[in-house]
Design a protein around this ligand. Structure first.
Ligand SMILES: CC(C)(COP(=O)(O)OP(=O)(O)OC[C@H]1O[C@@H](n2cnc3c(N)ncnc32)[C@H](O)[C@@H]1OP(=O)(O)O)[C@@H](O)C(=O)NCCC(=O)NCCS
Length: 154
């Protein structure tokens, strides 16, 4: 096949502290209440599973999960705005699930804003279901916003 026609694939590698500045730039462009550099550094220092997805040698996405016995809690999962809508969210999630299975994870959990339609749809597409709602969980311009708690059994 002509190399130019090959679909782009994300290359995954564990996140390192030197990545955090670029990641925070993506984070700020992605969330109304973005994580800080310190939040990412803390996750790295805590030994959470933190991965970057690169396209053409540049960071284009990332995911972070806290694994405990049999469970994984998705803390963050993000595709840089320029690369959205091209299946890289799915690639991130597939990689995350592959790593989770390596940790003998039986269930993945996450919280998401109900107003974050692209994320809710992506998680549903990846087999997550809403199992509960946490009232007033997130800060929002209108005060507080609830969180959906979603779960995917592996
Ligand atoms: C959520 C996010 C990761 C999706 O990444 P993406 O690369 O654009 O998603 P993909 O192209 O892989 O699409 C995967 C699925 O997501 C859903 N989706 C993605 N963008 C969507 C949109 N604008 N509207 C509705 N559904 C959307 C669809 O179900 C899509 O599958 P389909 O097209 O077959 O129906 C991306 O929008 C993002 O990084 N958002 C900011 C960070 C964030 O909110 N993360 C989640 C925190 S809980």
């Amino acid at each position: 096949m002509n190399a130019l026609l090959k679909p782009l694939e994300m290359g995954f590698r564990p996140m390192v502290q030197e990545d955090v500045e670029s990641i925070v730039r993506i984070e700020r462009a992605s969330y109304p209440y973005p994580w800080t550099l310190g939040n990412f550094s803390d996750c790295l220092q805590s030994g959470y599973s933190c991965w970057t997805g690169e396209i053409e040698g540049r960071i284009a996405g990332y995911w972070l999960v806290m694994f405990a016995v049999g469970e994984g809690h998705i803390l963050n999962c993000c595709v840089a705005p320029a690369w959205r809508g091209r299946r890289f969210g799915i690639q991130l999630m597939e990689h995350l699930m592959q790593v989770a299975r390596g940790h003998q994870t039986e269930a993945l959990f996450l919280e998401v804003r109900p107003s974050n339609i692209p994320a809710v749809k992506m998680y549903e597409r990846m087999g997550f279901e809403t199992i509960a709602q946490r009232r007033h969980y997130y800060p929002s311009d209108e005060g507080r916003e609830d969180a959906l708690i979603m779960r995917r059994l592996l």
